[in-house]
Design a protein around this ligand. Sequence first.
Ligand SMILES: *Cc1c(COP(=O)(O)O)cnc(C)c1O
Length: 840
Amino acid sequence: MPASAGLYLHRKLPGELAGLAELALDLRWTWHHGSDVLWRTIDQECWDATHNAWLVLNSVSGKQLDRLAEDPAFSALLSHQLAAYDAFCQSPTWFGDTWPDALAGQVAYFCMEYGLAECLPLYSGGLGILAGDTLKAASDLGIPMIAVGLVYQQGYFRQEVNADGEQLEFYPYNDPTMLPLMPLRDDQEEWVRIAVDLPGRSVRLRVWIGRIGRCRLLLLDSNDPRNEPKDRGITSELYSGDPEKRLQQELVLGIGGWRLLQHMGIQPSVVHINEGHCAFALMERIRALCSTSDLSFDAARTATRTGNLFTTHTSVSSGFALFPTRLIDQYLSGYLKDMALDVNTFLQLGQRAGHPHDDFNMSYLAVRLSGRINGVSRIHREVSRHIFSELFPRWPLKDIPVEYVTNGVHTPSWDSPEADALWTAACGKDRWYGNLEQTRVPFSTISDDNLWAMRATQRHRLIRFLRARLHSQHCEHGNGSNVDAACGLLLDTDALTLGFARRFTDYKRPDLLLTDEPRLLKLLHDRDRPLQIVLAGKAHPHDSCGKAIIKRWKQFIKRRDVQGRVVFIDDYDIGVATELIQGVDVWLNTPRHPWEACGTSGMKVLVNGGLNLSQFDGWWAEAWRPEVGWAIREDATFSQLSSSSEHDGEDAAELFTLLEQQVVPRFYDCNPSGLPKQWLAMIRASMETLTPLYSANRMVREYTERFYLPMEAKSHERPPEIARELVQQQRLLQEHWPLLRFGTLEVSEQADGLEVSLNVYLNGLDPALVKVELVAEAWEKGGRAVIGMRREAALSGSTRSYVFRCRAPARPLEHYTPRLVMGDRRLNLPLEDPHILWRS
Ligand SMILES: *Cc1c(COP(=O)(O)O)cnc(C)c1O
């Protein structure tokens, strides 16, 4: 780890204030607000404008620092915070207490983006926020995790929408020395540099390190003056449209990232890749093993993959990151030589079997190098099974090896000060940091008055924020001259406030409310029970459809008869999200079922007492009950993937009906003391039952208990000699495969079911290498059956045919189909070997 933080501060701090640098560089201040008072005291204007403690410290005047160094009140505040920070660093954790010796090599977490703080713009949206929340929760729980990513000089674009509704995109430069990061230096104080070869040259990568409480984030940066000019820009922006640049970024992240871990002496216990972009890390893991052992590529892949977890977030095949094979050839042929792997063999790892002209798919590569795979909600597991079924030809969907862990949000990062106070009163200060059992304490100690007062305070703050933001957005509703007055009239502090913020893209249907303008206007105009709406969101720079939707909303907002009841806030980011999810009464989400892999923004309102009105999809399809919120088309079932808009009309109608008949009346249905009793009951149910479940705390514990720990154990069962043996067996199976066949099937009815016997011709293959199963799909009288068949003696007179036998529940015989698959229990099947033969 690098030496003391103060060393890299651009300026000298007075000795009394030295501890400030340590505090400023730990992003724990993004959720633990104890030190806010320090930054505010040092430079209120800078802190309010940037929420960047490191920048505050670097930019404040020396005079102010000298003054504070002599101020006893400030010194007392500082010592108190430093003591609290020390106590935090020493304190026991859930993981440390429960598994003191596990995951000693750490979990290495790879992601293309990280959304940790408003002032660290290394993310574009949900994927990055999820990665950021994961690290924060891992810190809370004490899970040994080290993350790897890229530092972008420009990050994702910043948005402004002009008066005509056109989205303008800006790419302001981030000076990494002003971000809360430190250069990573080695024992000799030299800045660590990692090299990655690209065709004809070597790119040097500098490394920055960020602290997220107990976890570390390593960020690679190609902007080194010693690199060729074109390479300095490899890490310039996030999700560039140029495939060659994206390939360069993914190579830098995966290969460079793995080399960096090795350079630091880290041999991860488990590697977790968050989305397929990072799959080159798994290649480099293999290459490193090949170079230090005499394992072949196949054996090294088999030896390493049990420790690799791949989380997929895609819900449509077209969402996959693809590269033309020509680019892969150009960039990787030299690299692959080290593993004695030819390019065509490698290409097959990113293509469907038998489709050599497919583009190279990074998610396919990830599947083929991983030991386990998961989607991010229950529905998304089914969707992912469809998407990946092409990699497991002839396997039923139920057997496609995708599991799921539903996403969650880092509750302490998203709660409001008022919600924090309320939860502390109900469940204590450390409620989010353990196993959440104590968090089930009911809210019965909190009165309806207090709960409703909390909601009002939050909504008022949101409206204040919106008016200020709109003022600087030139207040599109003002009739010209008096902007102040016009903005002051915008929105109503006591009106039912609906929020919708997300990426503006077709399948999320941000325009569903616009499909019936008269009905929408009626809701907005209701004199006694008005609805008001806050919108935000960016459209990808190349998404003309998303941009058109922004324009439509802006035109609608401009109409005189909208009366300032709908507003659009530019530049949706963590800062804007924080304000919205704390202040809105209802959070709206309208993706086309089943396209929302999970969705997390709706989870952020839970802790703050907001309610969800959402399409029955992603996490909401698991969480929804009538007591906690509203679901659109709650009977939607996932059958097959289609991008069709066939349900749009129906969904819009249902959304309006829900708003008119349930949401609005319930919000305004108050008792004589002004309390909406039914609404408050829903808030209680939603807060109490959903907040702990849809937290990153629950998610990270699930990853730990169901994946990291068992995967670590499994890796120990696969030393090089076992990996070699497994590869050898798979070769034998492959050789014999074309000649294996089924013989006679005999069935006799017994009192307790069917007695089935089957002859199988194995062509001299060791029968221990195969498994024969009898499969029947679910029917009206019962579930699916997969019954293993016992091998008996070889058929008399043959050494190549065997009898397999089993007892099966009584069902029509044609329900049952025998199949033959790889038989070694040490492999995770069918992920590691998709051979399958059905008796037709
Ligand atoms: C939470 C969040 C997201 C992800 O929300 P979805 O519900 O998945 O759309 C995206 N952007 C920001 C800024 C967020 O805070």
